[in-house]
Design a protein around this ligand. Sequence first.
Ligand code: GUN
Ligand code: ZN
Length: 435
Amino acid sequence: MSLQQRAIRGAILDFVDDPALSGDDAWRYIEDGILWIEDGRVKKTGSYEELSAELPESIELHEYAHHLILPGFIDTHIHYPQTEMIAAYGERLLEWLETYTFPVESKFSDEAYGREIASVFLDELLKNGTTTALVFGTVHPESVDAFFTEAQQRRLRMIAGKVMMDRNAPDFICDEADESYADSKALIERWHGVDRLQYAVTPRFAPTSTDRQLELAGKLLKEYPSVYMHTHLAENVEECAWVAELFPQSKHYLDVYDQAGLLSERSVFAHGIHLCDDACERLSETGSAIAHCPTSNLFLGSGLIELERLAEKGVQVGVGTDVGGGTSFSMFQTLADAYKVQAMRNRKLDPFRALYLATLGGARALDLEGYIGNFEPGCEADFITIDLHATPFLKFRTERCRSLFETLFVLNTLGDDRLIDTTWVMGEIAHRRDS
Ligand code: GUN
Ligand code: ZN
């Protein structure tokens, strides 16, 4: 049986390390390159000149002039049930949750409804070039069944979990500790490792879990060491003060999770804006990651993350849209705001590091390097083609760029879903802009 082979021709960019550590050695760029795919995986990349002679004559060749080929974006923190309440007016985190989020999430006890929203959500991700995400469901196990069913149909690599929350929220959106353990366990057994789907134990955040529930979350992670842990951390000052009140015996916010055994290479904490040195060091020591969500941090007035401090402490960082606290599914829009957050602090986020964070940085945060995030041979062929001439104005602006650095910065700053010409999943086109 012959294996399905394809060759994609265009300018190819990917990362092998964090530019904050390795500078220009962190990225690879081939101006006229070939991405050679075999059976849904990367076989090889190289220059067109070099590789064209090696390609089988019958190979399907896709040519992309004035396009950039990049690994699919990785969104390390997003809530699919909040798709319908993105852009809700006027509140900061705790009031925003009470006013908008909890009522909307209550609808997801209905699996059919969950599938409807999951379908809209996944289509939107693909349209924006995002091929993997770490996703919050709701407290209802049905929300996860719905999500994974839709993701599986699209052959996507997705990580998701049922929210655990047993206090400090309306009854209609709460579970109980033992029930949350049993429901999470059943979902892990049903979905974790099925096709490209993986499970994340998902306590919402410390204020909405009892000690007992956090302890049971830790028990699940011990029982299933390959599942993920996904929660929120130190997003907003009122939230931090509340955690200090609720957990007086903890050294700091992260310590609440640490004491429950929730820190590991498979743990992702959204936000991490207001952290002490000890917390940064524990994140680093345990290989835990921060999902930086700039559009959300600006929209909810949560604060300005200290990216350089996390890098200095050796903390893994990925980027998240945090829809619906975040205001866009677009990784470009998210990177544009990440730049502005650092500008407000008189710091810079260069476009290479930004695109690293949205690709290989995300894969590392999710402990998935070698599977996704770059074009190393054997990686799953999830990638996007970005059209530098997507609009007349973008053509006008990119034609005036004199370096790759400048072009990438223009894309990061001005980009949105219009730039994503095609999104490929396991070597097949999953979204085409014009169809
Ligand atoms: N903290 C607890 N729940 C949430 C949520 O749904 N969104 C955000 N941004 N922060 C949270
Ligand atoms: Zn969130």
